[in-house]
Design a protein around this ligand. Structure first.
Ligand code: ZN
Length: 476
């Protein structure tokens, strides 16, 4: 079967951070699981490269906006390479092909009668290049606190998208697709009186770095149509021969901060185009540090590259999958990371692998593990059920239930005593454990692909190989 998963496209006004790594990682686990089950997978990622913030930053750096983004985009690709994600597609919104497709999407939306021109009136700060509402303006005493300048009352012409026409489709979509459910409920509450139309363009003099609105030289597309469309332009939409077989997306992975746009504006655009809606929207939370928010000024920003270089990729993948809840905010500290590494990776799993390899080799046990007893069926079932629910943290936790069950079985059966008293039982016990470790590596594979491959290499044969130390202990 064809499977399609997408990740949010980050705004490239700075280098990638842990939030982007979380998007990539969660999508990768799901994609690898599908590949393991012999599905064909497209995994799309990309970068959101237009808008005034990028234009401003580029100007500060003395670069053209294109040059500015060209210099930053490789760091996102490198991050993906470093995480070893199985990404197949990458859309840059400044790519002329994407822009051309966006313009055609705009034309189709216009032809469908869901775009209208309206004027927007509000309080504007030229420094922020943005409007605030009447109540916000009043609160800041009609002066921008950042720029110390009085706000101006301005009105501007924008194109609007008739999101309100699709309220019912949006409600159904949110109820069916948003994972976890509580995040969907927040959106349903937000639109209980109906979804609001949104402005989808800006006058060119306010937003020059973007996709020109077809048929109106004075207007440039605002982020919505330009950025959200990447999920379909990745498949070649709307060109003839686009890869329909992969639409609708099975899963779109996003952070909680961009749920509103993906839950409300995106289904409206797709419905207007006559396209099916994504099957699931997987919403993850934020990673906090030591109970507080990450911030550049505090200097506690997690650098995924540093952690991977220091502790290895699988240790990184392990911690951020298992110890950050998939559906909610989680907390990172390097102490927690090291404790999980030493306790769970080095002790629980690493020791199991080396003990088992040593015993099977020492007692010269013939390979009979393919016929071993079926054990721990409940744990394996739970693992797959958690993946079906997208709760990757719990799915990985279930693998550790399996690891602990094996360690406990060793402690209970005491193979070193059986070696003296009951060689037949010894062979059965070690073959059971051998079968268990093969199940363990298979379940582990989407999460810790390198580690799973090493374990498989040690045990998958008639002769068990000596085990290397998978996770050397970290001295604190
Ligand atoms: Zn301002």
């Amino acid at each position: 079967m064809n499977k399609y998963i997408t990740t949010a496209i980050p705004y490239v006004n700075a280098k990638p951070h842990i939030g982007h790594a979380m998007d990539y990682l969660l999508a990768d686990i799901w994609a690898r699981y599908q590949l393991q089950n012999e599905n064909t997978v497209r995994y799309a990622a990309g970068t959101d490269e237009h808008g005034t913030k990028i234009a401003q930053k580029a100007a500060e750096a003395g670069l053209t906006p294109q040059r500015f983004v060209d210099e930053l985009v490789p760091s996102f690709l490198e991050m993906q390479d470093k995480l070893k994600v199985v990404r197949t597609d990458f859309v840059r919104t400044s790519d002329p092909e994407h822009m051309r497709r966006c313009q055609e999407i705009w034309r189709r939306l216009d032809a469908a009668g869901v775009i209208y021109k309206g004027s927007y009136e509000g309080w504007y700060c030229a420094g922020c290049e943005g409007f605030v509402t009447e109540s916000e303006a009043k609160e800041m005493n009609y002066t921008c606190p950042d720029h110390q300048k009085p706000l101006e009352k301005l009105s501007e012409e924008n194109y609007y998208l008739r999101v309100s026409d699709f309220t019912e489709q949006i409600r159904q979509f949110v109820a069916a697709a948003v994972v976890p459910e509580f995040r969907g409920k927040e959106i349903l509450e937000l639109i209980k009186n109906g979804a609001q139309d949104v402005s989808i363009s800006r006058p060119k003099e306010k937003l020059s770095w973007g996709v020109p609105v077809p048929g109106d030289d004075a207007q440039v597309m605002y982020v919505w149509v330009d950025a959200l469309s990447n999920y379909i332009t990745a498949l070649g939409y709307p060109d003839d021969g686009w890869d329909k077989d992969f639409w609708p997306a099975d899963v779109e992975v996003i952070g909680k901060d961009i749920l509103r746009f993906h839950a409300v504006i995106w289904p409206a655009i797709l419905s207007a185009l006559g396209l099916d809606l994504p099957k699931k929207l997987l919403v993850h939370g934020f990673v906090n540090v030591g109970g507080g928010k990450m911030s550049k000024s505090i200097g506690n920003v997690i650098d995924p590259n540093r952690l991977i270089d220091k502790y290895g990729l699988d240790a990184f993948r392990y911690f951020f999958t298992r110890h950050i809840p998939t559906f909610d905010d989680g907390d990172y500290t390097e102490e927690k990371f090291v404790a999980a590494y030493n306790g769970e990776l080095a002790n629980d799993l690493g020791n199991l692998v080396s003990r088992l390899s040593n015993m099977i080799r020492k007692y010269e046990i013939p390979a009979d593990w393919r016929e071993s007893e079926v054990r721990n069926a409940e744990i394996v079932k739970d693992h797959h059920a958690q993946i079906a629910k997208f709760d990757f943290a719990k799915a990985l936790s279930a693998v550790w239930d399996l690891v602990r069950a094996s360690n406990q079985y060793i402690d209970e059966t005491k193979p070193w005593q059986l070696a003296k008293t009951d060689p037949e039982k010894l062979a059965i016990v070690l073959n059971n454990l051998w079968g268990d470790i093969m199940v363990t590596q298979a379940l582990l594979s989407p999460f810790l692909p390198d580690t799973a491959r090493k374990i498989k290499d040690i045990f998958n044969g008639d002769q068990v190989k000596p085990a290397e130390i998978l996770f050397p202990k970290i001295e604190i």
